[in-house]
Write a new protein. Structure first.
Length: 195
């Protein structure tokens, strides 16, 4: 089973309002992401919430995705990833596809290519790369779960991600959206011109 994990727990302090609910192409970021994932080989989608979790859960209830709350969301993205992994304990998960809610330009075809290459090559990490730079979403084998759970919240997930260069597959893509990270009102205006 491949589980998509959408990290949407942050307080969006630089944006000034919840990034998950910002409109792009007429729908909130999180809805665009979830709808794209619905058309892929992902078996389940799990959204990790944190800041203002009750209101956020209510706001995304119509999407029909599973949610879990990270009470330590202020400690960074790794804490949300750990929350998701713990929530999946005991389930037959072969990999998770981790996607950030502030990267709304996700394409289902790319997700399917990531899954296809993971199953064909059995690398621990499959990451898209555009113009020489790594982006999101990133697919992680469940074999990495113990390392993520043991990782320090102070250093984050990077030591785990960078610790397996021989077991990482970089998938070249022409989808610039893998790099588009919208954290500020300026970035929002730049990338969401139609709003």
């Amino acid at each position: 089973m491949i589980v998509a994990v959408v990290l949407a727990a942050g307080a969006s302090t630089r944006m000034g309002s919840p990034k998950a609910l910002l409109p792009v192409e007429g729908v909130p970021f999180i809805e665009r992401i979830v709808r794209a994932l619905e058309r892929t080989g992902v078996d389940r989608t799990l959204a990790v919430l944190g800041y203002n979790a009750d209101a956020m859960r209510e706001a995304v209830a119509y999407l029909g995705v599973d949610t879990v709350v990270n009470p330590d969301y202020a400690r960074g993205q790794l804490s949300s990833l750990q929350t998701a992994i713990r929530a999946l304990e005991g389930e037959p998960v072969e990999a998770i596809l981790v996607h950030l809610v502030d990267h709304p330009f996700i394409e289902g075809a790319l997700v399917d290519r990531l899954i296809e290459r993971f199953r064909a090559e059995r690398k621990l990490i499959v990451v898209p790369r555009f113009a020489g730079r790594r982006g999101h979403p990133v697919l992680f084998s469940s074999k990495l779960f113990p390392e993520f759970l043991a990782a320090s919240l102070e250093t984050g997930a990077k030591p785990v991600v960078r610790g397996h260069p021989g077991e990482t597959l970089e998938l070249e893509t022409d989808e610039e959206g893998v790099l588009i990270d919208i954290d500020t009102p300026e970035e929002y205006r730049k990338h969401v011109r139609s709003q």
